[in-house]
Design a protein around this ligand. Sequence first.
Ligand SMILES: *[C@@H]1O[C@H](CO)[C@@H](O)[C@H](O)[C@H]1NC(C)=O
Ligand SMILES: *[C@@H]1O[C@H](CO)[C@@H](O)[C@H](O)[C@H]1NC(C)=O
Ligand SMILES: *[C@@H]1O[C@H](CO)[C@@H](O)[C@H](O)[C@H]1NC(C)=O
Ligand SMILES: *[C@@H]1O[C@H](CO)[C@@H](O)[C@H](O)[C@H]1NC(C)=O
Ligand SMILES: *[C@@H]1O[C@H](CO)[C@@H](O)[C@H](O)[C@H]1NC(C)=O
Length: 528
Amino acid sequence: MRLAEEDRLAPRMATLRALAFSVALLFACADARRPSPHLVFVLADDYGWNDVGYHGSEIKTPHLDRLSARGVRLDNYYVQPLCTPSRNQLMTGRYQIHTGMQHEIIWPCQPYCVPLDEKFLPQLLREAGYSTHMVGKWHLGMYKKDCLPTRRGFDSFFGYLTGSEDYFTHHRCVPVPPNNETRCAVDFRDGEEVAKGYDGRYSTHIFTEKAVGIINKHNKEKPLFLYLALQAVHSPLQVPSPYLEPYAFINDTDRRHYAAMVSVMDEAVGNVTQALQESGLWDNTVLVFSTDNGGQTLTGGNNWPLRGRKWSLWEGGVRGVGFVASPLLSRPGTVNTELIHISDWLPTLVALAGGTMNGTKPLDGFNVWDTISKGNPSPRQELLHNIDPLFEDISPCPGRETGLTLAESRGPEPWSRSKFNVSVHAAIRYKNWKLLTGYPGCDHWFPPPRMANTPEVGRTAATLKPVMLFDVKADPEERNEVSEKNPEVVAFLLARLEHYAKTAKPVIYPDDDPKCDPGSGGAWGPWA
Ligand SMILES: *[C@@H]1O[C@H](CO)[C@@H](O)[C@H](O)[C@H]1NC(C)=O
Ligand SMILES: *[C@@H]1O[C@H](CO)[C@@H](O)[C@H](O)[C@H]1NC(C)=O
Ligand SMILES: *[C@@H]1O[C@H](CO)[C@@H](O)[C@H](O)[C@H]1NC(C)=O
Ligand SMILES: *[C@@H]1O[C@H](CO)[C@@H](O)[C@H](O)[C@H]1NC(C)=O
Ligand SMILES: *[C@@H]1O[C@H](CO)[C@@H](O)[C@H](O)[C@H]1NC(C)=O
């Protein structure tokens, strides 16, 4: 009986085996031409070095910790010190000096945006066959319709156009010229239309819901690019009260609120990852998490033990929290110490997508996928942090309340003969070396409030010089200035700055336009 049964089954088994073989073959072929991966980029706003659990923060980030532990944590990863510049470099793969946007951010009434002849990441991904969606903060200009995300490569956009606003009302208040009267108006859009019906709902919840909706609705035949640019954890310090409960132990009110905002963001990343897994997209997804700049210590953020903060070229302003999580990584569970910069994502993601650089201008970024995935040496040896001839520090800095001007030296120092104007705010990195010129911005080491009375903190108030050199590999806290001991390195890096300065476009930074005023009952948005 058993034999007979097996005999009868034998031909069917053969057929099944043949079928299994062809299925395996099919998979093998599919694997050789693996469909383009889904790309999910989560950008946090003003999220500091000392604000993630895995850097030892008192703030709890279980989702970020777990996800990054199974991915690759980027430990030598750099962003720009401000919102618009980082987003600009992410979208173009080019340094700010090459788009004319080396100065500050786009304020709501300024009539400009990233030049329209710059090709954006979502445009390239769309040409590579991707569906492209954006949720969250734009901040790359909106004075005319051609500047909007939906005109720059995104199939859909849900979010806000300026740099900050109320998390619940989605209103932004701005002094409007010529009389500088404060105008408060909504900045919230679905596509190009004003989004209505969201008053009172917390933006991190709304944006998570929109991102999850996009993932769940996604047609799996097409690769997905989702850019989730969270409002969290930029000021104002607002958060639904239940998230404050675990942080009763933080006495400092700003820090406590900030910590709670981070918790909502951490939950958001957890929900988005879960949606990717449940929808079946995860197995072929590359998820990048990055901050846009260092933490703002004036509003709860912290970069300890790094020096400085948002807006400055010290490590606290530019060394970013970032990681990649993906089943496609060759060496998951590693910490990567290779030099990587936010301008590298464009060439990296477009290469993963199997796309081309059709229509881009000369890139400053590198394809760093093999560096991240396999641990290969980074193709990037050098990094121009910025050159901004108009730099001003607009926020109070302990010990430097009146600001600081470093006079151009005509002394005997080797750099006084440099053709690069060392009064200009600039910084450049080469391998382990970092050279800063001019006033880099607030230079204090800001401890988290709970450490305010510990002895380590006393070592501040350093003397600044127009040219400063640090070995940031040996001295990531920028405590030992070594320019005098390394005159050749200084001369080399000043020559590199001089070279870059020659390639810089003139700064675009127009005066506010009174026509920006949306009037009472209007919304911030294109006016030209
Ligand atoms: C409005 O603000 C600008 C920039 O701060 C300033 O230059 C201008 O004088 C102000 N105008 C008035 C009427 O106060
Ligand atoms: C995450 O999902 C849970 C369960 O649906 C929900 O209660 C929570 O509000 C979500 N969190 C965020 C930040 O959207
Ligand atoms: C190349 O870029 C141009 C300009 O952005 C665009 O019009 C064209 O469709 C692109 N070509 C391909 C093959 O995608
Ligand atoms: C050098 O830069 C400073 C700061 O931007 C500027 O004030 C000064 O005029 C510049 N000097 C020269 C010679 O260009
Ligand atoms: C917080 O405040 C309480 C009450 O003032 C005090 O006992 C405690 O030591 C403070 N904690 C820290 C970490 O400063």
